[in-house]
Design a protein around this ligand. Structure first.
Ligand code: MN
Length: 192
């Protein structure tokens, strides 16, 4: 991962400033992750990890925590295309997922421990990884605690921060700003 923006990023809280966090070059530094905020039927966060040529996806109602040990429910959703990490805008009412989406954070991640095959780790129900985003940094784990058979409607996971400092709380999603464009949900909706 590029260290070129470390000092710049360490000085700023991208939940509060509209300045860009800056992106690592695509394809450099490992697979991608993205966290979107989605103002659909219920307001939630979507947490996505690149595994091969798709984004494995979970809906996280309360969002990823920046505090170690905070457990956040993560409900799996369908795989999304890699290009979805750039999606910010309004899904028309009446369409699947209708509502406003912002790219809250993104960057790269690195699987931790002995895990080399991320897809296999997720099939077995546990993955530890380190996030290097504009806002989220440190080690996290995703652990399945319910379900897991193909097509299981009851499948549920926990997303927990396992290490690193707790430098901010999960933001109020209505005030949070896009790491891409600095806009809030309300501004994206108004611009659409
Ligand atoms: Mn969603």
């Amino acid at each position: 991962m590029s260290e070129r923006l470390r000092e710049y990023r360490d000085k700023r809280d991208f939940a509060r400033t509209r300045e860009p966090a800056g992106q690592d070059a695509r394809g450099a530094g490992g697979p991608r992750f993205v966290v979107q905020i989605h103002d659909a039927r219920t307001l939630h966060f979507d947490f996505r990890l690149q595994v091969g040529d798709v984004l494995k996806s979970w809906s996280v109602p309360k969002g990823p925590s920046a505090r170690p040990k905070d457990k956040r429910l993560a409900v799996p959703t369908e795989d999304h295309p890699l290009e979805y990490e750039d999606f910010e805008g309004v899904i028309p009412a009446g369409e699947y997922g209708g509502g406003t989406v912002i790219v809250w954070d993104r960057g790269t991640y690195e699987p931790l421990g002995a895990e080399r095959d991320v897809g296999e780790a997720l099939r077995r129900g546990h993955l530890s990884f380190r996030l290097r985003g504009g806002k989220l940094r440190g080690s996290y784990a995703l652990t399945r605690f319910r379900g897991g058979r193909p097509g299981d409607e009851e499948e549920a996971w926990l997303l927990v921060k396992s290490g690193g400092r707790a430098h901010r709380d999960t933001p109020d999603p209505r005030r949070a700003r896009s790491v891409r464009t600095g806009r809030t949900l309300g501004q994206v909706a108004a611009d659409a």
